[in-house]
Design a protein around this ligand. Structure first.
Ligand code: ADP
Length: 568
């Protein structure tokens, strides 16, 4: 005689969701299809948020910026092969920017993929992901899902954060195991990003260097913003009295209007300083690799970073301080009195103040002009003035000229409120970052976009409308890439490589999905539209008509164009 004993079972789908939830992850950004549609459905059924996109790259960018804002890995879920590859661009970008993110992709049957027998969406995803990620893992057994997700979380957020790839074959998701066994296999990650204290002797070395400085400067990078050590960073700046420069995504760590902010004298302080304290900022191309004309006079560096191999990457670092930014800045603060560090000499501060005053006056003159049609400056003046009333708004910014001008004209007042083209200087992050920031912060977003940059993620307007997100997108429409005036030199009918449809009405795009569209041709119209859109808290798009002759080739990166570089 047989007994019909029913044993409760669970499967790969449930274990993935349970493992994520158990580790406090409540949101997935993704795009459904074979084999992960049911995973997305289940996530929603189990109380997670699933934000569905129109292209995986944008979902990945949303996950990456969510990771940057929250210090929890942002999750992006894609289908196999092409969906995975689309998400991979975002994963590589997250790794480059040190944002914690996990790209989870479904994949085809291993035994067919490995023998290259031509499966549906066949691709060896794990090996393709590896060089673009901080770590890459594949899970083959349902009972390993808990460990796989624990490893992915820890790899994404510990040490220098980055992108992690997690490969989940279709067969794994359907695998069943006994429910109790499954439950026991899940892992609660303890202290995923442990503090890393700097060695005392490295703290003393840094303090000694600062003590001898005549013209010190603090440089804050997005690593400093990520670390959420806002109070200590502010205390370090204010107690030492050292002037500081924020990198673009570190703007707002202290308000840009702070008396010690040297942004308006950037070239001057970089060239003149004798000791520079780098706080979560790499000496990459964005900082002219720490050498050459930009850096002028010889100088010595203190570098605070969690990654020891970052030190001496471009120039010799006199005082490396390895640890998490909170611990390192805290240790410096604790040692200031012991080291006898006084405020910088008045001469240095006065020279910076004078330079700031001249540059601010020059910029004010540019901003005060009212050309018709609008140019970058007059449009940005209008935006700056509206955003000043809303210091907690998230600002997304990409483009060439639109990025360069907005970065210096729009002030930030709070930390982690500016999200832009980042370490690669790329286009295409716009709507992904806007959606990610809106979803995890619950606060409105304004995305200031070049017309070309917007094109890479523009279809996500539908996503913004579908989830009714408070995102206002402003398109700086000058009819083309850089500007809209190029002509085909052959006289042929086909347009020049850099130009778009003239006088396009991007505002009509959002109307197709029920959002509010505005067409703004003057700063007054732009002010009105933006104020109204923010007040409404609804999806909106403002087509800001900019003079098509305004703008320079490649914005401020003209020197990187091989042709212009050769002319030098
Ligand atoms: P920016 O582009 O603003 O100059 P980067 O992305 O080049 O900034 O540099 C960020 C740096 O911050 C990276 O080298 C990274 O290792 C470091 N970093 C990130 N998070 C932390 C942290 N919590 N503690 C210390 N360093 C960090």
């Amino acid at each position: 005689m047989t007994h019909n004993v029913s044993v409760e079972v669970t499967d790969g789908f449930h274990l993935v969701i349970d493992a994520l939830k158990q580790n406090g992850i409540d949101t997935i950004f993704g795009l459904v299809g074979i084999p992960i549609t049911d995973l997305a459905r289940l996530a929603q059924a189990e109380g997670m948020r699933f934000i569905g996109f129109r292209h995986e790259q944008n979902a990945g960018n949303a996950a990456a910026i969510a990771g940057y804002i929250t210090q929890k890995p942002g999750i992006c879920l894609t289908v196999s092969a092409p969906g995975f590859l689309n998400g991979l661009t975002a994963l590589a970008n997250a790794t480059t920017n040190c944002f914690p993110m996990i790209l989870i992709s479904g994949s085809s049957e291993r035994e067919i993929v490995d023998l290259q027998q031509g499966d549906y969406e066949e691709m060896d995803q794990l090996n393709i992901a590896r060089p673009h990620a901080k770590a890459a893992f594949r899970v083959l057994k349902a009972e390993d899902i808990g460990i796989g997700i624990a490893r992915a979380i820890r790899a994404a957020v510990s040490g220098r954060p980055g992108g992690v790839y997690l490969d989940l074959p279709a067969a794994l998701l359907a695998q069943t195991i006994e429910a109790n066994h499954g439950k026991r296999s899940l892992v609660q990650v303890v202290d995923p990003a442990p503090r890393q204290l700097p060695a005392p002797e490295s703290v003393d070395r840094a303090l000694a260097l600062l003590k001898g400085a005549k013209k010190p400067l603090i440089l804050l990078g997005k690593g400093a913003a990520y670390a959420q050590a806002d109070d200590d960073i502010r205390a370090l700046v204010e107690r030492t009295g050292i002037p500081y420069l924020p990198m673009s995504m570190a703007k707002g760590l202290l308000p840009d209007t702070h008396a010690q902010c040297a942004s308006a004298a950037r070239s001057f302080v970089l060239a003149e300083a004798d000791v520079v304290v780098l706080v979560g900022a790499r000496l990459n191309w964005l900082l002219a690799h720490g050498k050459g004309k930009t850096w002028g006079k010889p100088k010595q560096f203190v570098q605070i970073d969690i990654a020891p191999t970052e030190i001496d990457s471009n120039v010799a670092i006199a005082a490396p301080l390895i640890g998490d930014i909170g611990s390192c800045v805290g240790a410096l603060l604790a040692g200031l009195d012991r080291a006898g560090i006084d405020k910088p000499e008045g001469e240095w501060l006065a020279a910076i103040a004078e330079k700031k005053e001249t540059n601010v006056a020059k910029m004010a003159a540019l901003l005060d002009k009212n050309p018709a049609p609008m140019n970058f400056h007059s449009a940005l003046r209008a935006i700056r003035d509206v955003l000043k009333q809303h210091p907690d708004i998230n600002l997304v910014n990409e483009g060439a000229n639109t990025l360069d001008y907005a970065r210096s004209i729009i002030d930030q007042y709070q930390p982690r409120k500016r999200f832009d083209s980042g370490t690669w200087g790329i286009m295409g992050i716009g709507m992904g970052y806007a959606i990610g920031a809106a979803v995890v912060s619950g606060k409105p977003v304004v995305a200031v976009e070049g017309d070309s940059a917007f094109g890479f993620s523009g279809m996500e307007l539908e996503t913004i409308c579908r989830y009714d997100l408070p995102v206002t997108t402003i398109i700086f429409n000058n009819n083309g890439v850089y500007k809209g005036t190029d002509v085909n030199p052959t006289g042929g009918a086909e347009p020049a490589p850099t130009v778009f449809v003239k006088n396009a009405r991007y505002d009509k795009m959002i109307e197709a999905f029920g959002g509010i569209g505005y067409n703004a041709t003057t700063p007054e119209e732009l002010t009105r539209a933006l104020s109204e859109a923010i007040a409404a808290g609804k999806p909106a798009l403002i087509n800001a008509v900019i003079d098509e002759t305004a703008g320079t080739e490649s914005g401020r990166l003209t020197n990187l164009n091989p042709q212009s570089a050769a002319k030098k």
